[in-house]
Ligand binder design. Structure first.
Ligand code: ADP
Ligand code: MG
Length: 620
């Protein structure tokens, strides 16, 4: 709740709306206590007195009634009717929408056709018909306005519910044995509630307008009772001669509707947990860079990452996801980057091409050199021309990276045409060739398939083909086989190895599995809490791990035919990267750690075989 209010307070327009609305609501609530004239007492001698003319503050109307008093009482009535109608329409409509969207099938059909029937009438006509049937009066106007707005809520909420009802967490709830009622209440409703609240808050203004419309036509509040609509209706005849009688209620309607809408938008933004972390704010085209100096170029190599530092700035917190990583990649070389989940592997990989989302990501130091050219802070146009062309990525979940509505062949062709001005037909032919290159059988036909028609392994092959589309020199593969089963994983690894040898590709291969590294990589760097703790040739590291963490990681890999052996999990969890310990980050989980390990910075020592440890398992 506190968080909600602070977020809301940050939105100036919402605060302004809330202030105006609060003032209006306070005044109308206190109306019986305020020293106002009776709103219904006529005094024909004082007709059309001007506002601020010495008489009543806002003047008088065509019957000499005090406008200020009528305004306050009229606003009170209009607000009450608007809110009541919105709540009524919102709850009934949302209930209909949730039920129809969740159950689907024939229930959905029957319910929504009923709603469609309501929608088939022009709604002001429908409202008029309802009032005509029920008789004029404010209560009936309220019912009419609520009824004609039910379809709006039902349609909206049904659409959202359909989307949510097919999400995995709903399936999970069903698997956990929850009944329909509990799923509706605990899984669906919380997800649609923000939408209902916002739709309601924005429609309050609209309902006030509609009720005012009915009152304007004489079907809502009956004289002498004032609401904003009937005040406007009565003022119509004197629009030219005494405009203040129309302007006063008109301005009030404007104020109310505007402030409700501003506040409603603010409430929505503050309620949505995704907006809180800034996730829905549009990320910048390239990661923000805020670094003091540029490190001197060290080794050559094709790609060299030098002392890279990337952090996430969330409020006052600084999550140091990558804390000084150096790594180099030679042409045709495959380097493994290994570490537990959360150790900063993905952030390192994404930083290379400025792909970390900003906000909240900021690169705070280091350099990434592609054949000597520093990419950190390079202009967006330059990064774009390199992305996918010279440096390509393969991600873990190809289903998430492929567009669901385009055929895979077309997507490949599009990737080619971004960087090469070739004809559509030629790009299509190249796409088929690429699919054949990644050993997709019957590539011609498969190119016409949609992503959902392919199996997981097949999709990952498409992902690899996509990365190969522009014949890059470097491929950064971020856990490309983690979502696949072991046999498919082996096929993908052998495919990558093949491509690397044939095309001289340099691969930065990210994984958490030492077994995979052993099959593919020449060198391996072990990452822990945003830093590299050990680096060396794969065989050397595998056969004689020096860092206790590396040793534990290797012990996690099961061996076929290795006889009975306990698989050791590493006790404890990696440290939170916004509060790293002073010394070795692994010390709290390490059996050998002593005071020296915890005291202060430990350097990554050595050349070729590098190690960041005071108590190595073997002398490297
Ligand atoms: P992995 O090694 O599993 O790929 P990541 O590189 O994705 O790990 O994440 C490294 C660290 O950065 C994690 O501690 C994670 O919590 C943090 N992190 C990643 N993205 C964000 C973000 N948008 N905001 C805050 N912290 C983040
Ligand atoms: Mg990752």
């Amino acid at each position: 709740m506190r968080l909600f209010l602070t977020l809301l307070a940050r939105n100036r327009l919402a605060v302004f709306g809330a202030a105006v609305l609060a003032f209006v609501v306070l005044v109308v609530l206190l109306a019986p206590l305020l020293p106002l004239a009776d709103p219904d007492v006529t005094s024909t001698g004082d007709r059309f007195l001007r506002p601020l003319g010495g008489g009543p503050l806002l003047g008088t109307d065509h019957l000499g009634r005090d406008l200020l008093s009528r305004l306050v009482w009229g606003t009170r009535l209009s607000l009450a009717v608007g809110v009541a109608a919105a709540v009524l329409a919102g709850s009934i409509g949302a209930a209909i929408g949730v039920v129809a969207g969740y159950f689907g099938g024939s229930i959905d059909n029957v319910v929504m056709r009923g709603v469609d029937m309501l929608m088939a009438f022009p709604y002001i006509l429908l409202a008029l018909a309802i009032v005509a049937a029920l008789g004029p009066g404010l209560m009936n106007a309220l019912i009419a306005v609520a009824a004609v707005n039910v379809p709006f809520f039902a349609r909206n909420i049904r659409g959202i519910t359909v989307g949510i009802a097919h999400k995995e967490f709903v399936d999970a709830a069903r698997l956990a044995g929850m009944g329909h009622g509990r799923i509706l209440i605990s899984e669906i409703v919380p997800n649609v509630l923000p939408v209902v609240v916002v739709a309601m808050s924005t429609t309050i203004g609209w309902m006030i307008l509609e009720t005012a419309g009915l009152s304007f036509l004489g079907l809502g509040s009956q004289p002498p009772q004032a609401d904003l609509g009937s005040m406007l209706g009565e003022a119509r005849a004197a629009l030219i001669t005494a405009p203040h009688t129309s302007v006063v209620p008109g301005v009030m309607i404007l104020l109310i509707v505007m402030s409700i809408n501003l506040l409603g938008d603010g409430v929505r933004d503050a309620l949505d947990p995704r907006l809180r972390s800034g996730a829905l704010s549009r990320p910048m085209a390239a990661t923000l860079v805020d670094r003091a100096g540029v490190p001197e170029p060290k080794g050559a190599g094709l790609l060299s990452i030098e002392d890279l530092r990337t952090e996430f700035r969330v409020g006052p917190r600084r999550y140091k996801a990558v804390g000084g990583v150096s790594l180099s990649l030679a042409p045709g070389e495959c380097v493994g980057l290994i570490g537990e989940s959360g150790s900063g592997k993905s952030v390192t990989a994404l930083s290379v091409m400025g792909l970390v989302a900003s906000p909240p990501g900021v690169i705070t130091g280091g350099a990434v050199r592609l054949e000597g050219e520093d990419l950190i802070g390079a202009p967006y146009g330059r990064l774009r021309s390199l992305r996918g062309d010279r440096v390509a990525y393969i991600f873990q979940d190809p289903l998430a990276t492929l567009h669901p509505l385009y055929r895979v062949g077309d997507q490949l062709a599009e990737a080619i045409r971004v960087h090469h001005p070739v004809s559509r037909a030629e790009a299509g032919a190249r796409a088929v060739k690429l699919l054949a290159d990644v050993r997709i059988p019957n590539a011609e036909a498969r190119a016409r398939a949609f992503p959902h028609e392919l199996s997981g392994g097949m999709r990952q092959r498409v992902g690899i083909a996509m990365a190969l589309a522009n014949e890059p020199e470097i491929i950064i593969a971020d856990e490309p086989t983690t979502a696949l089963d072991v046999t498919v994983q082996a096929q993908i690894l052998s495919l990558l190895d093949d491509l690397r040898r044939k095309r001289g590709l340099a691969i930065l291969f990210i994984t958490h599995d030492f077994g995979v590294v052993g099959q593919l990589c020449d060198r391996v760097a072990v990452m822990y809490a945003g830093r590299i703790v050990e680096e060396g040739r794969t065989q050397e590291v595998l056969s004689a791990p020096a860092h206790p963490y590396t040793k534990r990681l290797i012990a996690c890999v099961p061996e076929l035919g290795g006889g009975r052996r306990r698989l050791e999990a590493i006790p404890g969890l990696p440290p939170a990267v916004d509060a790293l310990p002073a010394g070795c980050a692994f010390a709290p989980r390490c059996a050998k750690a002593d005071a020296a390990c915890r005291a202060g910075e430990i350097a990554l020592a050595g050349t070729g075989r590098k190690l960041r440890c005071l108590k190595p398992e073997v002398i490297a």
